[in-house]
Design a protein around this ligand. Structure first.
Ligand code: P6P
Length: 337
């Protein structure tokens, strides 16, 4: 008797749709098309060492960063598939300065913001990288979507998730009914439910921050990290540092094992509130972590999901992870300690 493979992501999405009689199936279609793009990217990422696709394309993206060839491939794969899926009216990508239209006649009722391949500077050294996505319902009523359709608060998200290309390829997503994790079985090209209803541990003594910037930290950041590094009541070292430098990988580890990830603003770039982007990095991960029982705030203690976007590539300081760990961080960043 062949071993049962379990529930596929398509079946899970359909079951979720069935529990909403008013659902039209468009979100289901959107997610399924996005998942196909993820499978194509996964195949390319996993062969990168063999194909001539490693390394830099020679272009510079809107963030002023070297575009890796796989970045390009991932960005084009998602744009080409989603511009004609019929479920999306406008897109925003970390790799594109402006908004991305869909093909005429294929306008749908959702918007898609995405980071096609986050952590791509790690591609050549085989560190886990990922695609992050955020989906809103459009507000405008014309044919093509408008920028304002993308500039919605994270709390208004309809769905969000990431695909992490690591030792295995996993899809982790939410439609507001908890967080589900699926693992790709490349032998059949299907994502199977492997982590049902993920909950992040309320506390865990792991913190993720790039300590190389400590000379630029504001006092609140320094005080918080020094506190974590203090000995605990029994004189033992308390917290451990885990930092990969790939947001999706750091977030995924903390989601499963617990911990807190911090990317604060610093004196090195006083005009920039940190490095990470609100629309297609912080907000989708904040939706996921809150659905998994965690928290995500900025360095003023504001819930990331309540931050009003003003710009497609808006940055935001990010403190995200286990509820108790974020609560502790919040006390330091908001001067309560
Ligand atoms: P730093 C990768 O370039 C990225 O955008 C995120 O994936 C990651 O968390 C962050 O930058 C790492 O930044 O400044 O520590 O190298």
């Amino acid at each position: 008797m062949p071993k049962r493979k379990g529930i596929t992501v398509s079946r899970q999405i359909m079951d979720s749709q069935r529990s909403h009689p008013e659902a039209t199936g468009e979100l289901t279609g959107l997610l399924n098309d996005l998942i196909v793009a993820g499978k194509i990217i996964s195949s390319e990422v996993n062969m990168a060492g063999l194909a001539d696709i490693l390394g830099q394309s020679g272009q510079i993206n809107v963030q002023g960063e070297q575009v890796q060839k796989l970045d390009d491939f991932a960005n084009l794969t998602i744009k080409r598939r989603m511009e004609q899926c019929g479920y999306v009216c406008i897109m925003g990508s970390e790799e594109d300065e402006g908004t991305i239209p869909v093909l005429d006649g294929y306008e749908g009722k959702y918007t898609l913001a995405f980071d096609p391949l986050d952590g791509s500077s790690n591609i050549d050294v085989n560190v886990s990288i990922g695609t992050i996505f955020s989906i809103h319902r459009r507000k405008s009523h014309g044919k093509q979507g408008e920028l304002d359709d993308l500039l919605q608060k994270g709390r208004e998200q309809v769905a969000a998730g990431y695909i992490i290309y690591g030792s295995s390829t996993m899809l982790v997503y939410t439609v507001g009914e908890g967080v589900q994790g699926f693992t790709l079985d490349p032998s059949v090209g299907e994502f199977f439910l492997s982590h049902p209803d993920i909950k992040i541990p309320e506390r865990a003594k792991y913190y993720s921050i790039n300590e190389a910037y400590s000379r630029y930290w504001y006092d609140s950041t320094t005080a918080y990290i020094e506190h974590l590094k203090d000995l605990d009541e029994s004189g033992e070292r308390s917290y451990s540092l885990r930092y990969i430098g790939s947001l999706v990988a750091d977030f995924h580890r903390n989601l499963i094992n617990g911990g807190v990830f911090v990317y604060p603003r610093d004196r090195k770039s006083p005009d920039k509130p940190g490095k990470l982007r609100l629309l297609y990095e912080a907000a989708p991960l904040a939706f996921l972590v809150e659905q998994a029982g965690g928290r995500a705030i900025d360095d003023q203690g504001r819930n990331i999901l309540d931050v009003e976007p003003q710009d497609l590539h808006q940055r935001v300081p990010l403190i995200i992870g286990s509820k108790e760990e974020v609560n502790l961080a919040e006390r330091f960043f908001t001067g309560k300690v």
